[in-house]
Design a protein. Structure first.
Length: 152
């Protein structure tokens, strides 16, 4: 997915461009095939196609793959605020199995952005739009790394 296919829901062009570059330059994005759907202030949407190599048993996707998508969409929602957000704590509830050869979408949104910590949630949906998992994470603002100065 090219940057022009990512919806900008109102964040500054510079921040939008830097975050979009992650899709091309981040090893985890390339390896797992994460694709941006949209970026907004305190919000992000990602999707991924679930290949068979992500399965654990009987075509069910490994929970760690789902957790990786949740962590990344929450981190991207935090990035839209202009600082790199590093994971401090994360919880994840699984509500339904997710199967290979489907598309999983994740929507992350900031719940509270303090001076040091950011609390972010994510909802993950299967092809039918059913909520299959929900996550909450606490992220710390990396005050040593300004997003606009980061080089990917």
């Amino acid at each position: 997915m090219h940057k022009s296919e990512v919806e900008n829901k109102g964040i500054a062009k510079g921040i939008f461009d830097v975050i979009c570059s992650i899709q091309e330059h981040s090893p985890i994005f390339r390896t797992l095939g994460f694709k941006f759907m949209y970026l907004g202030e305190g919000a992000a949407g990602l999707k991924m196609h679930l290949d068979p190599e992500y399965s654990s048993y009987a075509g069910r996707v490994n929970g760690g793959i789902i957790a990786a998508l949740a962590d990344n969409v929450m981190g991207m929602a935090g990035l839209t605020l202009g600082h790199i957000a590093r994971t401090v704590d994360m919880s994840l509830n699984y509500f339904a199995p997710v199967f290979e050869e489907t598309e999983l979408t994740a929507e992350g949104y900031v719940i509270n952005a303090g001076q040091t910590l950011i609390v972010i949630e994510a909802d993950l949906f299967n092809n039918a739009g059913k909520l299959v998992a929900k996550s909450r994470g606490t992220y710390i603002r990396d005050k040593k790394s300004n997003l606009m100065e980061a080089m990917f």
